[in-house]
Each structure stands twice: as structure tokens, then as C-alpha cells.
Design a protein around this ligand. Structure first.
Ligand code: GLN
Length: 485
């Protein structure tokens, strides 16, 4: 059963080839026997999963099945789950059991999905390798000496290792697309405001966006149908109708213009990755799309602008973790100040502290204009680049990441080298555009991804192109050696 996509499992359940309890048990057994190799789950919620599977089987038999009735998924441990620890990959929240569900967690519950557990991640979603988690690194199922990417490395690894057919994730600067590329799966970051951030622990509020990870674009469309929609509790939520993302998957892509930004094929791009991406572009051309060279001239400023804006917002968002209300509190504080100081010093890891320091510095009185305001001006230039590009093209395509998965520790002592792994993903967050990553080949036997960046709220078109590409290729159907199908 674990070799099937979500769409195939849905058919299997409807035809009663297996029950939801059987399906859920199958994945729980796999997690039990295999996850010690990957460390991709922080919590496994076996009892509640089986209870929802039983309920789903009843609903399936009475014909009251909702969209994802009985289908197992996993949630990134950044989404609050009522009664289930939500750690955000941090010692700070190791003891935090939320009294409420994130909006998207409620959406999936209403759709009948079965939650297998919460996935490992970089601490507070800061990282590109999953090495910053308090719970230890996640291993890439394709190559366990290598990182799975981050910050949603756990969600990507559970899918690649076939411990769950699909998972939720979040993307602030590439955290859905980069691990999707490195683990050979499909991941989509929606337009900013498309998916509610309510109950999703904040990293950088103007960039964070939740989205789906799965094997295929078709599955991602099924998941986005459940995740997308207006939420009055999120002040940046978009009040727009949600189309049925599965309805237009199969449209012909002939006649579409695909923009190829020259800046995404610069000297930093691994030549073998480039070749895989060029072959993917040739497939789109074969299906009747026109490739058009474009320029996004401020691309080289996206990493520096991001590493001012994201830490600035993080330093404000993370000020709430002070040991007073919830989360980690140091032992025997002598006074209030000591409690704040030591709770934060002991509760946060190094990367989180680095971001708080950078952010607080950029926002401080003497530097605000020089750094934060300047970065916000650059952000506007990046957005303008995309706006002019979309006057000429329907979609933008290029690599998701410059390189395939790297070995643990390879960039550990050089934060800037790590930050550059996101060089092609960050701009979409700064502009708020939807973007996705699809498996498009292998380099050194490790998967690499094709990135699509769409116009605002045009997730349906992006999914359509992705689906047509996946009908003609089988990269998304491959699985790591040792994963029995
Ligand atoms: N890797 C980027 C960072 O470390 C992006 C992380 C994310 O998208 N959450 O900030």
C-alpha cells in the first residue's frame, strides 16, 4: 500500500481493497520498524490515528466519506495540535501541548484525514539541512549520510521513505521546495495568504506559508484543496474563492510561455543539476510550451535581503518565549531577569540565537534604516522584477536548488554557505508568489528538483503544468534503494 499515491489510496479505500484501519496500521508498522534509520518523526500518534481510521471506516461504509476520508498524513511539528506536543523542533517547546488546533489541522480533521504523527524539522524552521533540530538530524532516505534539506526535512523524508503518503509543511525561504528537491518528492508553497497561518508557529510572519508535500502534483492538488481558504483569524489571509485544484490538472499546456531566468543558471549551479533541469524544460517544450529567456535582475539580492528581514521578524516573534507563560523554564531562577536570560539561553539552539542576534541588531535604532528599511526596498525591487516578467510569461521555471543533498556537517561551520542553498527559492517568498518543486532527475544518485514559480493565486496553473510533466516522466515514482515497493 505504501507504494501508492494519495489519489490511488483514495480509490483503494473506495473500492474496499483495504480498510483505513489496515492502511493506517501498515504505515504505523513501517514507522515503527524503519524510522530509527531516518529520525523523521518527533511524535507518533498511534492511538488517535487508529481511532480516526475506525471512524473513517464507518463513514466509508455509510457513504458519508469526506474528501480525504481515511487517508493517512503527517503534520510538520510547527502546526499546533490540540493535546499533542508541538515542539517546533526546539527544546523551548519540548513540553508544549497546545490547547487548540491550527486552522489547517482542523481542516484535515474535517476532511477525514488520519494523522500518523508530527514530523521533525529544523528548530523554529530555521535551516536548510534539518541539522538544527533539538531532536537530532533527519536522514535523507536516498542517502543516509546526507541531509534531507530543511526546514521541512522530516515531512519530506517520511514521504520519500514511504512512512506516510503525504504531509504538511511550511516555507519561509524554501523549506517546502528545497527538502522536496533533495528527497525526490513534490512540494508546493502557495501564494502568501492562500493558506491560514493561524496556529502555525511564527518564524517570519510576512514570509511564512503552509503548503503540501506529496509524491505527485495530483496529490498536492488534493491536499491544497483542504488547506487553502480564507480564515478570519489570520489577518493576512486572502479573501478569495478557492478553485478545485484537481479540476484543471489535465489541461493541455500547449501555447503557454515559460520564462527561464538567466540568473537561475549562473555559475553557482551544479552543471549536472543544470542538465537535469534543461531536460525537464525540453519536456515542457515538447508538450507545446514556449521557452523564453527572461531576466530577474535583482535575484542576487534576495539572500541578503532575506537574511535581514527574516531574522528581524524572527527576533520579534520569538520574544514570546520567555519562560513565563509556556515552554521551557530554567531551573531555580534567582529573579525575573535571570529567568528570562537563562530560559532563553538554555531553551534555544545556536542557529535560533544567531537569527535573534542578527534580527535585533538590524532593528536597533542606529541600524534600522541602513539594514531593515534597505532590505524592504530591495524586497520591492525583487517583486517588481517578477511583475514585469509575468507581463511576458505565464510561468517561470528553473532549478529548485544549486546542488543535490550534501553530507552532514558539510556546511556546519559556514552559515553563509548554508544560506546560499536557498538562492533560487527565497525570491518567491519575498514576492509572496506561489512556487513548487518537482523531481526531475538524479545527480550522483541523489534527486534534484525543477522549480516552477507562478503568478499570484495561480496555483492551479502551476499544478496543471506539473501534472502534465509527471504524466510524461517517472522521476516522482522512483524510490530509494532498500525501500521495498
Ligand atoms: N533555509 C531558510 C532559512 O534558514 C528557509 C527556512 C524556511 O523556509 N523555513 O531561513
Amino acid at each position: 500500500m505504501h507504494n501508492k499515491t494519495l489519489a490511488e489510496l483514495k480509490i483503494g479505500l473506495a473500492k474496499r481493497e483495504f480498510s483505513s484501519v489496515e492502511l493506517t496500521r501498515h504505515f504505523l508498522d513501517r514507522i515503527k520498524s524503519l524510522d530509527e534509520n531516518y529520525n523523521s518523526f518527533i511524535s507518533v500518534t498511534e492511538d488517535s490515528a487508529l481511532a480516526s481510521a475506525r471512524q473513517a471506516d464507518t463513514n466509508l461504509s455509510t457513504g458519508e466519506a469526506s474528501a480525504l476520508c481515511g487517508l493517512p498524513i503527517a503534520h510538520k511539528d510547527i502546526f499546533c495540535t490540540n493535546g499533542v506536543r508541538t515542539s517546533c523542533g526546539s527544546r523551548m517547546l519540548d513540553n508544549f501541548v497546545p490547547p487548540y488546533n491550527a486552522r489547517i489541522v482542523d481542516n484535515f480533521a474535517a476532511a477525514g484525514a488520519v494523522v500518523l504523527g508530527k514530523t521533525n524539522m529544523d528548530e523554529f524552521a530555521m535551516g536548510s539541512s534539518n541539522e538544527t533540530s533539538y531532536y537530532g538530524p533527519v536522514k535523507n532516505p536516498w542517502h543516509t549520510d546526507c541531509v534531507p534539506g530543511g526546514s521541512s526535512g522530516g515531512s519530506a523524508a517520511v514521504i520519500a521513505a514511504r512512512l506516510a503518503p503525504a504531509a504538511t509543511a511550511t516555507d519561509t525561504g524554501g523549506s517546502i521546495r528545497q527538502p522536496a528537491a533533495l528527497c525526490g518528492i513534490t512540494g508546493l508553497k502557495p501564494t502568501y495568504g492562500r493558506v491560514s497561518r493561524w496556529g502555525m508557529i511564527a518564524f517570519a510572519s510576512s514570509l511564512d506559508q503552509g503548503g503540501p508535500m506529496a509524491h505527485s502534483a495530483e496529490d498536492a492538488a488534493m491536499l491544497l484543496n483542504i488547506m487553502a481558504g480564507f480564515d478570519a483569524r489570520d489577518s493576512t489571509s486572502a479573501e478569495r474563492k478557492v478553485p478545485d485544484y484537481t479540476a484543471t490538472l489535465n489541461q493541455d499546456i500547449a501555447g503557454l510561455t515559460v520564462g527561464i531566468p538567466s540568473e537561475y543558471f549562473d555559475e553557482g549551479l551544479n552543471p549536472a543539476t543544470e542538465q537535469a533541469v534543461r531536460e525537464a524544460l525540453a519536456e515542457l517544450e515538447k508538450q507545446g510550451a514556449t521557452l523564453k529567456d527572461i531576466s530577474l535582475p535583482h535575484s542576487h539580492l534576495s539572500v541578503p535581503a532575506y537574511y535581514v528581514i527574516a531574522p528581524a521578524e524572527a527576533s520579534a516573534n520569538l520574544s514570546r518565549f520567555d519562560g513565563a507563560r509556556y515552554g521551557y523554564r530554567c531551573k531555580d531562577p534567582v529573579d525575573l531577569h535571570d529567568m528570562y536570560m537563562r530560559s532563553r539561553a538554555e531553551g534555544f539552539g545556536d542557529e535560533v540565537k544567531r537569527r535573534i542576534l542578527v534580527g535585533a541588531y538590524c532593528l536597533s535604532a542606529g541600524y534600522y534604516d541602513a539594514y531593515y528599511n534597505k532590505a524592504m526596498q530591495v524586497r520591492r525591487l525583487i517583486k517588481n522584477d517578477f511583475e514585469s516578467a509575468f507581463n511576458e510569461v505565464d510561468i517561470i521555471a528553473g532549478p529548485t536548488c544549486p546542488n543535490p543533498a550534501f553530507e552532514f556537517g558539510a556546511k556546519g561551520d559556514n552559515p553563509v554557505a548554508m544560506y546560499l542553498e536557498d538562492i533560487y527559492t527565497i525570491a518567491a517568498n519575498l514576492a509572496g508568489l506561489p512556487a513548487m518543486s518537482l523531481p526531475c532527475g538524479f545527480v550522483d544518485e541523489k534527486p534534484v528538483g525543477l522549480q516552477l514559480i507562478g503568478q499570484y493565486f495561480e496555483e492551479a496553473r502551476m499544478l496543471n503544468i506539473a501534472h502534465r510533466y509527471q504524466l510524461a516522466t517517472d522521476w516522482h515514482q522512483q524510490s530509494p534503494a532498500g525501500i521495498q515497493l
